[in-house]
Design a protein around this ligand. Structure first.
Ligand code: 5GP
Ligand code: MN
Length: 317
């Protein structure tokens, strides 16, 4: 697949979906594709499906069109899934993926095994949003589409800071700036600004953090009880693991929060020597070498021990 337009020629209906608990890249890349189709292929009936998105992304064009409920009887000509390394991460949208006449996957996860009919998978890309940019005609990227792509790139690169940022990423960001987007406002309002409650839970998580493996790993957990006490939801915990990672001397950071069913959502970050994607995959999760996640059972200390064992092995190799 070299471009999106040629994939749409025969299509009358399309569903666009991303991963559960959508982040900036997932929301940005899916809305970019949706807005492109809505703008340039108005004859196609397009629908976009994601779990409820964080409020910070609601300024993006057509975010109010995102649907979070699913109709069992509906089937589409084409289903485009983005920022999703496997069908297990699609949540309920998997039914549209399974019933579609044709499927496309656009993604940048190393763990992606080309599960769709057409796959546009580049693990070295900064973000799925960057890949969506590559698939669209630059002159057809409106300011509103540019905002979506920029949000995705900003979030998956930590504002162009992580090692996944390439010269190409910066070139694309430059082209998006020329579309007239308010890039500093996007960075400030979607990436840096936190609510008071978010800052409080960050403080709590940092206070509770501990160094493991002789300082090579930093780890902390937020329980359901704490989330209730601070009145935050899982989607408000973004950024905590990034703050852990920048602790001087650590090779890796582990952040857990408790799910409704008392399992733990695990977020891992590496500063380069540890491969957290490998660890996540062992526990049915996935992600990137330096940023990955999974769901695990047990007490937080047991989960930390299991992950530290893996990291220890990697650091000794
Ligand atoms: P985060 O720690 O920010 O939730 O996720 C880091 C990276 O790992 C993201 O690219 C995300 O898509 C991926 N990831 C997180 N949790 C899971 C999971 O449970 N399964 C899979 N396959 N990937 C995950
Ligand atoms: Mn992504």
């Amino acid at each position: 697949m070299r471009d999106l337009a040629s994939q749409l020629k025969w299509v009358k209906t399309v569903a666009i979906a991303g991963h559960i608990r959508p982040d900036g890249d997932c929301v940005g890349s899916c809305l970019a594709t949706y807005n492109y189709i809505k703008t340039w292929f108005p004859q196609i009936q397009a629908d976009i499906y994601l779990e409820p998105i964080p409020n910070i992304f609601k300024f993006l064009k057509n975010s109010e069109q995102i649907q979070s409920t699913y109709d069992n009887d509906k089937a589409y000509d084409l289903c485009i899934v983005q920022d999703c390394g496997d069908t297990g991460r699609l949540g309920e949208a998997v039914k549209y993926f399974q019933s579609a006449k044709k499927t496309i996957c656009i993604d940048h996860h190393v763990s992606n095994d080309n599960f769709a009919d057409e796959n546009y998978i580049f693990p070295e890309a900064s973000s799925t949003s960057e890949l969506v940019f590559e698939l669209l005609e630059t002159e057809k990227i409106t300011k509103e589409i540019a905002e979506c792509i920029y949000v995705g790139m900003v979030h998956d690169t930590g504002v162009f800071q992580y090692s996944c940022t390439s010269a190409r990423t910066m070139n694309i960001a430059g082209i998006l700036m020329e579309k007239g987007i308010d890039f500093s406002q996007i960075v400030d309002e979607t990436f840096y600004t936190k609510t008071f409650a978010q800052n409080q839970i960050l403080g709590q998580a940092l206070l509770n953090s501990k160094l493991l493996l002789e300082g090579a790993v930093i780890a902390t957990a937020v329980s359901k009880e704490e989330m209730e006490r601070f009145q935050v939801l899982p989607k408000h915990l973004d950024g905590i693991v990034s703050q852990l990672r920048v602790t001087k001397g650590v090779e890796a950071a582990i952040f857990l929060y408790e799910n409704e069913d008392h399992t733990w959502k695990v977020s891992m970050r590496s500063n380069g020597k540890a491969n957290v994607a490998d660890i996540a995959v062992k526990y049915n999760g996935g992600g990137h070498v330096r940023a990955a996640g999974a769901t695990m059972e047990g007490r937080p200390e047991e989960i930390f021990d299991r992950i530290c064992e893996e990291i220890k092995g990697q650091l000794n190799d």
